[in-house]
Design a protein around this ligand. Structure first.
Ligand code: ASP
Ligand code: MG
Length: 423
């Protein structure tokens, strides 16, 4: 008998009917002879609604109290799901993150799991009951306060529990059938990827693909937990995220796994900064101190006459104000440089482990963008990824063009989007 951890996202438990559907699915897994631990997200858009409510009260709610507020969302869904399973004649018990032994550091709003002590979950399984755990939350040992793991953090709860309990697989259920070669909402010809490495999944997730919480994949990689990404609306096989090689799989890494896109970044350009040692350090120290997460950075060659250069960088849209304020506060240190901000950029990333050993991938990418008449504004690469910044209005077309140029289009439409807004 094996232990399976199943995680259901918000769109899978959006209303009473959905909760009953998910309960039936859990009961089926149990009836097939498995032990089942379930991790659940808040119903539908509950987390956003709770955040909106707090925002209507003040612009700056204290993080500790915000965490208590947000964890209420998962408490509702976990209790309703336990009630639904019990009504089907199977024992179920719901647990908060704290009760489930999810111990975190003290970083309210973005806490990291430092230990999992799931003795109550194990006791529940020994009693032949299903354990339901509220995702996205834990408790910090220092103060005994409730913490949250950051938006989308229920995936991480699920993988952490799967690792701690030695589960055979962590199934992540959402409203799409798995990880696709591109977002099926933009590329109808996107294909489901049957199997993908954690390294490629990390690159896709870090570059805008809304498949899995980044930290969940990091956790799965470190503790070797296989993740099965699948839909709660169908019984299709989804995508297996694992570094174990398939017995009958290909001998080589796939050239391209997929195309990710991201519309959540803005670009700041500082025009006319002195090209002398220390300028970049000064700029990025200030921006870092303001808590901004920089992504791409480009510095131009300086104009010989003036000794001045331009530096551009991208960052999450919601951090742009903080960065602009930090740069303005540098004032005279930038010697009259001008700060420009652009919130209409899009980022496209091509990911594939095979590009490590295959020349010509960037040439093909740039050629396809040229053929589509799309201009590139910034470029960055890693060993297994090429990313470009484009005009936001060109992004969807660019994703489709690149998807075709690399032969990823399916002959027939396979992707079905079952739910609403993602997870
Ligand atoms: N409910 C939380 C959120 O919406 C956590 C999650 O869904 O994983 O971010
Ligand atoms: Mg959610």
């Amino acid at each position: 008998m094996s232990l399976i951890v199943q995680k259901f996202g918000g769109s899978s438990v959006a209303d009473a009917e959905s909760i009953r559907r998910v309960a039936r699915r859990i009961v089926e897994t149990k009836a097939a002879g498995h032990d089942v631990v379930v991790v659940v997200s808040a119903m539908g858009d509950t987390t956003d609604e709770l955040l909106d409510l707090a925002g209507q009260i003040t612009d700056d709610p204290p993080q500790r109290e915000l965490d208590i507020l947000l964890t209420a969302g998962e408490r509702i869904s976990m209790a309703l799901l336990a009630i639904a399973i019990t009504s089907l004649g199977v024992q179920a018990r719901a647990f908060t993150g704290q009760q489930a032994g999810v111990i975190t550091d003290t970083a309210h709003g973005n806490a990291r799991i430092i230990d999992v002590t799931p003795s109550r979950i194990q006791a529940t399984l020994s009693d032949d009951a299903v354990a339901i755990v509220a995702g996205f939350q834990g408790v910090t040992a220092q103060t005994n306060d409730v913490t949250t793991l950051g938006r989308g953090g229920s995936d991480t709860t699920a993988v952490a529990l799967a690792a701690a309990l030695g589960a055979s697989v962590c199934e992540i259920y959402s409203d799409v059938d798995g990880v696709f070669t591109a977002d099926p909402r933009i590329v109808p010809a996107a294909r489901k990827i049957p199997r993908i490495s954690t390294e490629e999944t990390l690159e896709l997730a870090a570059n805008g693909a809304k498949i899995l919480h980044l930290r969940a994949v990091e956790y799965a990689r470190r503790y070797r937990v296989p993740i099965h990404v699948r839909s709660s609306f169908s019984s299709h096989q989804g995508t297996l995220v694992t570094d174990e090689l398939a017995e009958d799989g290909p001998m080589e890494d796939p050239l391209i796994s997929g195309v990710a896109h991201d519309r959540s970044q803005g670009k700041i350009t500082i025009v006319g900064v002195p090209d002398v040692p220390g300028t970049a350090a000064r700029i990025f120290e200030a921006v870092a101190a303001a808590g901004c997460n920089i992504d791409m950075i480009v510095q131009n060659v300086s104009a010989a006459k003036t000794g001045l250069t331009d530096i551009s960088f991208t960052l999450p849209l919601e951090q742009a104000n903080a960065a602009k304020a930090a740069l303005a506060a540098l004032g005279g240190e930038l010697q009259g440089a001008e700060v420009l901000y652009d919130d209409t950029i899009g980022k496209l990333s091509l990911v594939g482990a095979g590009m490590r050993s295959h020349p010509g991938v960037s040439a093909r990418l740039f050629g396809a963008l040229r053929d589509a008449g799309i201009n590139i504004e910034m470029i960055s690469t890693s060993e297994i990824r090429i990313s470009v910044i484009l005009r936001l209005e060109d992004l969807d077309e660019a994703v489709r063009a690149i998807h075709s140029a690399f032969g990823l289009d399916a002959a027939e439409v396979e992707a079905v989007v079952y739910g609403g807004t993602g997870r």
